[in-house]
Design a protein around this ligand. Structure first.
Ligand SMILES: CC(C)(COP(=O)(O)OP(=O)(O)OC[C@H]1O[C@@H](n2cnc3c(N)ncnc32)[C@H](O)[C@@H]1OP(=O)(O)O)[C@@H](O)C(=O)NCCC(=O)NCCS
Length: 191
C-alpha cells in the first residue's frame, strides 16, 4: 500500500468492481482506447490487475481518496501504478507508469499525486532504471500528467501500438521517458 497527502493506493476489493465497471463504460474516460468495456471485460481486467499485484507486490493499485475535505473522500476513483510492457516495440521490455480515473476525479491533481508516489516506489523500492509512459497522441490530459512528472518525449520514439487496429486514429502513440538520474535530480531539487 502507498499513501500520499490525499490518497491511498491499495489492494483491490470486491467493492471496487462496480465503480470500476462504471468508469470503463464511460466514453469520456475511454476516449483514447479502442472501445469502452462492458461489465464482464471490466471484471476480467480487474481480476488480472489484482492477480499481478498480489503476485509481485507492485502493479496497478486501486486509488481511494483519503481527504476529508473532498466530496470523494473514501471513494474508489480508479487505478494508478506500474505495468511491465513486453509487446513488440523498439523500447520494450519496459516498465510503464499508467493511470485511469473516473471523470469526477479529474481536475484535482490526483493522477499526478498518485503517480509521484508510484515513481518513488518504482525507483527506490524496486530499483528500476527507467520508467516510461505512453498514450495515443491526442490524449492531452494524460500527456500533461507525464510532463508534470518530469517525463520527456522524443518524437523519434513515437510508435504504432500493436494492439490498436492499424487503421484507427488512435494507433499512433507517444512515448515519454524518465531515467532514474533525471528523476533523482528533480526529486532532490523539489522543496
Ligand atoms: C489522464 C487522467 C488521469 C488525467 O487526469 P487529470 O485530472 O487531468 O490530471 P491530474 O490528476 O494530474 O490533475 C491535474 C488538474 O487538476 C488541477 N488541480 C486542482 N486542484 C489541484 C491540486 N490540489 N493539486 C494539483 N492539481 C490540482 C490542475 O490544475 C489540473 O487542472 P487542468 O487540467 O485544468 O490543468 C484522466 O484524464 C483520465 O483518467 N483519463 C482517462 C484514462 C486515460 O486516458 N488514461 C491514460 C491512458 S494512457
Amino acid at each position: 500500500m502507498l499513501t500520499t497527502d490525499r490518497l491511498l493506493l491499495r489492494d483491490w476489493t470486491t467493492d471496487d468492481l462496480a465503480p470500476f465497471a462504471d468508469l470503463n463504460a464511460d466514453p469520456d474516460v475511454m476516449r483514447y482506447f479502442p472501445a469502452p468495456l462492458d461489465r464482464a471485460a471490466s471484471d476480467a481486467l480487474a481480476r488480472r490487475i489484482r492477480d499481478r499485484l498480489t503476485r509481485s507486490g507492485w502493479g496497478l493499485w486501486a486509488v481511494e481518496v483519503a481527504d476529508p475535505g473532498s466530496e470523494l473522500d473514501g471513494e474508489f476513483i480508479g487505478f494508478t501504478g506500474l505495468i511491465r510492457q513486453d509487446f513488440a516495440a523498439h523500447f520494450t521490455p519496459a516498465i510503464e507508469v499508467g493511470w485511469r480515473l473516473r471523470r469526477a476525479a479529474w481536475g484535482h491533481g490526483y493522477a499526478t499525486e498518485a503517480a509521484r508516489a508510484v515513481l518513488h516506489h518504482g525507483f527506490v523500492d524496486r530499483g528500476f532504471d527507467e520508467i516510461v509512459s505512453m498514450t495515443a497522441r491526442g490524449n492531452a490530459r494524460s500527456r500533461a500528467v507525464m510532463e508534470r512528472l518530469g517525463m520527456t518525449r522524443d518524437p523519434a520514439d513515437d510508435f504504432d501500438h500493436p494492439s490498436v487496429p492499424a487503421d484507427s486514429d488512435l494507433v499512433r502513440h507517444v512515448l515519454y521517458r524518465l531515467p532514474r538520474p533525471t528523476w533523482q535530480a528533480a526529486a532532490v531539487a523539489r522543496p
